[in-house]
Design a binder for this molecule. Structure first.
Ligand code: ASP
Length: 439
């Protein structure tokens, strides 16, 4: 039964209500109506939106750092043979990179940030000056070689303070990896510490997200007050672009991987995973879906518990094909909206940062916003632009989460086949040349 008390509604319904009320409030007040002399409604909306964005930005460094360190440190846990770990990491990196490239291609073809040949900056009410943004973006880049330099900042604390997240992420991956190499007596307390910090940060994130309906109200109201409902059009085109790119990955790329690498029938995989996909779609959280994903992969796809138990929990945090793809499309959309010239160097930085940040994104609703903020900062685009992405985010989040979960499950099936397991998705014969399962 639907409750009449909005505070009892699920968060996404509250966010929808925030968007609708924000659009209405913005339309009614416009950008000049005043609550008191000199105090416009628009400035109040803006204040609320900024407060919410600040709270989100505050989470970036600790959330990404603890998530990556605890995730990567867990890689070397007991009973994880290096071979299985190596194949899994390789599979995750490769498929996430393909997902990002699919997004990159489609967003460049569709150009959702340009309407009738004009960048949609004004329509979306982006405040920053296009020329300054373009100068900042080109200043932040120096080609591909520069990207590698920024991966290793001379001072990690300064990099974190300046929002140079590429360096922070690389450092955390290395740090997590070498924690995983410690002797058990030393490794366990350190891993436990970072795991606890990560869980606490997730608590802070959930707390901040409780305010998303109000924050989104402010963000939407201030855009609509300034530009009316014209903002909706480019956002619809953007959403369709994201959905199309996700569909290509889900319906073309993944089946090809299943067919050619795992040598299984992709249709069976869709059938086996249907409950997990629907749960992912309705919860927008790959972490919340994990138990169901594991059940589907073990019981329906018939992957061994050894492979499932390693590949899926790891994948739920570090492998996010849909999220990586989305991050890339979103950042390029914002760059297009500012009319920024997307050189190869800029696009390369976006691809690398999307890949690295998708590792650090937590499997909870709207978690990609933290990563998108990181990438915008990394390429010199204004982080404030992220606000408009909230408008249609729920449906995009549902879809990318389903793609994330499907990517993990295909990983489990593929790795199981490469490990020589039989009976996976009804495949009686092992892959030719593969070694027998170590079970
Ligand atoms: N909601 C996504 C997940 O849980 C993460 C995101 O892209 O925001 O997989």
């Amino acid at each position: 039964m639907t409750s009449w008390n909005p505070l009892r509604w699920p968060l996404y319904a509250q966010i929808f209500a925030g968007i609708a009320l924000g659009a209405l409030a913005g339309l009614i007040s416009g950008d000049t109506a005043e609550l008191a002399p000199g105090l416009t409604f628009d400035s109040i909306y803006d204040y609320i939106g900024t407060l919410f964005l600040n709270a989100l930005k505050m989470l970036i460094v600790p959330l990404i750092a603890t998530s990556i360190i605890s995730g990567v440190a867990g890689l070397g846990g007991p009973g994880t043979p290096g071979r299985l770990g190596g194949k899994t990491v390789l599979y995750y990196m490769a498929t996430s990179t393909i997902a990002i490239l699919v997004g990159l291609t489609i967003v460049n073809l569709v150009q959702p940030g340009v309407l009738n040949g004009v960048p949609v900056k004004e329509l979306l009410d982006f405040q920053a000056n296009s020329n300054e943004v373009a100068a900042r973006v080109s200043g932040a880049q120096g080609g591909v070689a520069e990207v590698f330099l920024r991966m290793f900042p001379p001072n990690i604390v300064m990099a974190a303070a300046e929002g140079q997240m590429l360096g922070v992420i690389v450092f955390c991956i290395l740090f997590g990896y070498f924690i995983s190499r410690l002797a058990k007596a030393r490794r366990d307390p350190v891993t436990g510490f970072f795991q606890a910090c990560f869980e606490a940060m997730m608590g802070v994130t959930r707390f901040v997200m409780r305010f998303a309906p109000i924050g989104v109200f402010g963000l939407v109201a201030s855009v609509v007050a300034d530009v009316g409902l014209g903002a909706a059009r480019p956002l619809v085109v953007f959403s369709i672009t994201v959905l199309a790119a996700l569909a290509v990955h889900f319906l073309v790329v993944m089946p090809l991987v299943l067919f050619f690498v795992a040598r299984v029938n992709p249709l069976r995989q869709y059938r086996a995973m249907a409950p997990a996909l629907l749960t992912a779609f309705s919860t927008s959280s790959s972490s919340a879906t994990l138990p169901i994903t594991m059940r589907c992969v073990e019981d329906s796809a018939r992957v061994s518990s050894r492979t499932t138990g390693f590949v899926l929990p790891l994948g739920a945090t570090v492998n996010m094909d849909g999220t990586a793809l989305y991050e890339c499309v979103a950042v390029i959309f914002i760059a297009q909206a500012f009319g920024v010239d997307l050189t190869f160097g800029v696009q390369f930085t976006i691809v690398v940062t999307a890949l690295l940040t998708s590792i650090g994104v937590a499997g909870v609703p709207a978690a990609s916003f933290v990563a998108i903020a990181v990438i915008l900062g990394a390429v010199g685009l204004p982080v404030e632009a992220i606000g408009v992405l909230f408008v249609f985010d729920r449906i995009l989040d549902m879809s990318r989460t389903a793609v994330n979960v499907f990517g993990d499950s295909c990983g489990a099936v593929t790795i199981a086949r490469l490990e020589g397991e039989t009976g996976v998705l009804g495949q009686a014969s092992p892959l030719r040349g593969s070694s027998a399962s170590a079970d």
